[in-house]
Design a protein around this ligand. Sequence first.
Ligand code: SF4
Length: 347
Amino acid sequence: MKDIRKINNEEIIRFMEEVGEKKFKAKQLNEWLWKKGVHSFNEMLNLSLELRQKLTSNFLLEHLSISDKFESRDGTIKFLFSLPDKQFIEGVLIPADKRVTACISSQVGCPLNCSFCATGQGGFSRNLHFTEIYDQFLLMNKESIETYQREISNIVFMGMGEPLLNYEQVLQAIELLTSTQGQGWSPSRITLSTVGIVEKIRQLADDHVKVGLAVSLHVADPEKRLRLMPVTASNPLPELQKALQYYASETGNRVSIEYLLLDEINNSIQDADNLLRFCKVFPVKINLIEYNSTDARFRKSPPQKTSVFMEYLEQKNLIVTMRQSRGDDIAAACGQLAAKRVRMNIK
Ligand code: SF4
C-alpha cells in the first residue's frame, strides 16, 4: 500500500472519484494531512465513516513519533524521533523571550564528517523525505504549545544532516511550511544552514528561494578548514566566497556566518582577520557560538579570548552576536542523542 502523503493531489482526486466521493473531499482530506497533521484516518471527523474505512484499507498514513524527549534546566527540549523504518533523528526546541526556535534535521546521519560533530562521526544513512522533515515541525509545534504555551516562531535547518545535499525534499518541506496548503508561514522565519555547498548556494539564488541562509564557516583559513571540515576539498573557500557574493547580489539577503569558537584552533586575531577577509565581499552577520563540549580534542574558547576576538570584529564594523550554548545538560548538540541510541542499540 502507498503512503497517502507520498502521492500527488491528482491521484487523491482520482481515488475520490473511483470510490464515488465528491471532489471537494480531497480538499478536506488535505487539510487533515497537512494543516492539522493527524496520524490516522479515523481522526478526520468531517469525512464519513465509510470514506475513512475506504482510506484505511487503501492507504498507509506513516508518520514520525517521539521516541524520547529530554528537557534541559534552561528550557531547551531535545527530541529523539523514530522514523517509519525504525531509524532515529533529532530535533530541538529552544525557547527565548518571545520566540521558540525549532531546530530540525534533513538527513539520517550526515556524509560530511566534520570533525567536531557527533552526527558526522555516526556516518550517513539516508535522506529524509519531505514528509519526515515536515512532521518534525508538526510534532514539535504541538509540544511547544503544551510546554511553553506558544507556537514555534522560527525554524532552523541545523539538526542532523546537510540540508543542501537533500535539496529537493528540503524545498518541498519549506513549500508546505510557507504555502496556504500547509502552515502559511513567512519564509523569513525559516533559515537554511549549510556548511557551504557551492553549487547549491548558487541554485538557491537562481531558484529565488526566500528563506534565510546561514553558513557554518567556523574557520576561514583553507588548510585549517580542510582539516576540520573535509567538505572544503570539494567546495574550496574562494569558490564559496564567490557563491555567497552571487547569492547576496541576486537575493538582496544578508548571509549569516556561523562560527564555532574552539580554543587554539580558530580564536586568534589571525583567525579573526581571515574571517574578515572572507566576509568583506557580501553583506554579513557573524554568529559566534560557544562550543558544547563532546570531544576531548576540542576545548571551549576561554571568555577572555572570546571577548578579544569579538571586539576585534566589531571594531572593523561587522555585526557580531554571541550565541550561548543551550541544553548542555541534555546533550543538545547535533547528533549526540541519536549516536547514543545507536551505540546502545535501543530500538
Ligand atoms: S556539522 Fe553538519 S554538515 Fe558537518 S557533519 Fe555535522 S551535520 Fe554534517
